[in-house]
Design a protein around this ligand. Structure first.
Ligand code: ADP
Ligand code: MG
Length: 297
């Protein structure tokens, strides 16, 4: 489990992290979302053991990350700006990574070669940005890490390779229970892969939820009545829109309970629809709606 507790970090008097809290349960695929400058890369560099916080705690299974090689060896980290030694080939990087990480699995590296159409003899610096990202994924997966931390990982990857790396990563999650923390400035990018999401801005966490928690508490219902019908007064309506007779409601509450209550009013038509993560966040945050819209869209 990853815990960021009340962490602050300033650069020359500027507070990049301002009492930030993050909890990533073991085995979660956690999406860290926020606009440019929110502090995502900064907190991720703390989790990778590169920065030391000014205050608060950065813990993996209760142990501090900074200056702790035992913890760091369990983490694979792909930064947003990948750095490679100028004269290194992919195979050199493999050897280098193998020496640093005791869990590194050479057979796994060879096998993964099928997924990445790159010759290991090539100089990494001569590859395209997207190909370098592929190398980073290749090495990270072969580390057999307990925790994978990815900072804006799909930037620069084409759609086919995007799907390829996600499917490899999610297969690893399913097989070995790997914990993944991935940042993006785009909630949509993470929607299909994450089961936990935290939205941060200005160095703070605005909202942190699991997908099941979210989907169990808000529901979108479309319905139409033959004649005007009053809805129960106690419904908690977060949003309502009408197109002709068809009403669309976003309601807070349990999906099955709400649909049963509305079905009892004998509508001509009733349909329960899943909300996208983006919609859930917008309606869940209610008052902060505009703020979040700006962030997620
Ligand atoms: P994000 O990854 O969410 O886009 P960052 O964590 O990179 O945001 O940056 C958060 C804020 O901290 C930004 O305003 C950025 O300018 C500032 N910042 C980050 N790293 C440094 C640094 N090394 N020195 C000075 N300011 C920094
Ligand atoms: Mg960043």
């Amino acid at each position: 489990m990853i815990e960021v507790k009340n962490v602050t970090k300033s650069f020359d008097g500027f507070r990049a992290l301002d009492g930030l809290n993050i909890t990533v349960p073991r085995g979660a695929v956690y999406g860290l979302v926020g606009p440019n400058g929110a502090g995502k890369s900064t907190v991720i560099r703390h989790l990778a053991g590169i920065y030391r916080q000014d205050a608060g705690e950065v813990l993996v299974d209760g142990a501090p990350v900074f200056d702790n090689p035992a913890v760091k060896s369990r983490i694979a980290y792909i930064p947003d700006d990948i750095f490679y030694y100028t004269q290194a080939t992919i195979r050199d990087m493999m050897r280098f990574t193998r020496d640093l990480y005791p869990g590194f699995d050479t057979d796994c590296f060879e096998k993964l070669g099928e997924a990445f159409p790159l010759n290991p003899k090539r100089l990494v610096r001569k590859l395209s940005k997207g190909q370098q990202k592929q190398v980073a994924f290749w090495l990270a997966l072969a580390q057999r890490p307990e925790i994978v931390i990815l900072d804006e990982p799909v930037d620069g990857l084409d759609p086919v390779m995007r799907r390829q790396v996600w499917s490899l990563l999610l297969a690893d999650v399913a097989e070995r229970g790997t914990t993944v923390l991935v940042s993006s400035h785009n909630l949509r990018e993470l929607e299909d892969v994450c089961d936990h999401v935290g939205i941060m801005d200005h160095g703070k966490m605005l909202l942190e939820r699991s997908l099941s928690e979210l989907q169990d508490n808000v529901v979108k219902i479309q319905l139409a009545f033959a004649q005007e019908t009053a809805l129960p007064a106690d419904l908690e309506i977060l949003h309502r829109s009408e197109t002709g007779r068809l009403q669309q409601l976003i309601l807070r509450g349990k999906p099955d309970v709400l649909s049963a209550r509305l079905a009892a009013l004998d509508p001509l038509f009733l349909d329960v629809l899943p909300l996208s993560l983006e919609e859930i966040f917008i309606y869940e945050l209610g008052g902060a709606e505009h703020e979040v819209k700006d962030i997620v869209l």
